[in-house]
Design a binder for this molecule. Structure first.
Ligand code: 3PG
Length: 213
């Protein structure tokens, strides 16, 4: 794992964020995440202002690792890098995008769930994969089965993870960190419930620590 992947692993959770109003919400959201011990975010390109959100978070919290999520093409990789993104996340494994990121020197976590995905990821020299959508693809059982032929990978599962099952995932040595939107739902963001977000982050970090102890 590289330094960035190690740092994400130490934090243990990655909030998956969709921000509709970055000018209003990016800074208070970053404040809330950092206050809760989670100085990392995956800001998805599912919302039009993703690049702005990344820029604001990085400007107001230079210590934060802010990645771009749901990246679907090279143009979005460029936009994310220009905005100061620390890493790229794609929902699936696109070999061209992986090679593009490698050439640009930015860490990429491509979504992988099958032996074919893992095999391609191995050939690309990757070390940490997103496992998406985690619960719907077989959850931790599948992740463990995949690590029999592919013990070289750690994974970042997202999709269906919340406080109820975080400990189960986090306890496994195959897990680098767990991602999820449960800490940063539309309701929490749109209603400015920053303290609740901080609390959910705190709880998540605590659960991960206990699970790994
Ligand atoms: C992602 O893009 O990683 C997922 O949409 C997050 O899944 P969740 O909303 O179930 O946490």
């Amino acid at each position: 794992m590289n330094e960035l992947q190690k740092k994400i692993g130490e934090i243990g959770v990655v909030p998956v964020i969709k921000l509709n109003n970055p000018t209003r919400d990016a800074k208070p959201l970053a404040d809330a995440l950092c206050a809760g011990g989670v100085p990392v975010a995956e800001v998805t390109f599912r919302a039009a202002g993703a690049a702005d959100a990344i820029r604001i978070m990085r400007e107001t919290h230079p210590e934060m690792l802010v990645g771009a999520g749901t990246v679907l093409n090279e143009q979005q990789v460029d936009e994310a890098i220009a905005a100061g993104a620390s890493f790229i996340v794609t929902p699936g494994l696109d070999i061209d995008i992986v090679k593009y990121c490698q050439a640009k020197g930015i860490t990429i976590f491509p979504g992988c769930t099958t032996a074919t995905d893992y095999h391609a990821a191995y050939r690309l020299g990757l070390e940490v994969l997103k496992f998406f959508p985690a619960e719907q693809s077989g959850g931790l059982d599948k992740i463990k089965s995949m690590s029999a032929p592919f013990p070289m990978f750690k994974v970042m599962p997202t999709g269906g993870i919340g406080l109820k099952n975080l400990a189960t995932y986090a306890a496994s040595k195959v897990i680098c960190a767990c991602g999820g939107s449960y800490m940063v739902t539309a309701d929490l963001i749109d209603n400015g419930k920053w303290d609740e977000i901080t609390e959910l982050c705190r709880k998540s970090v605590e659960i991960v620590k206990e699970a790994r102890a």
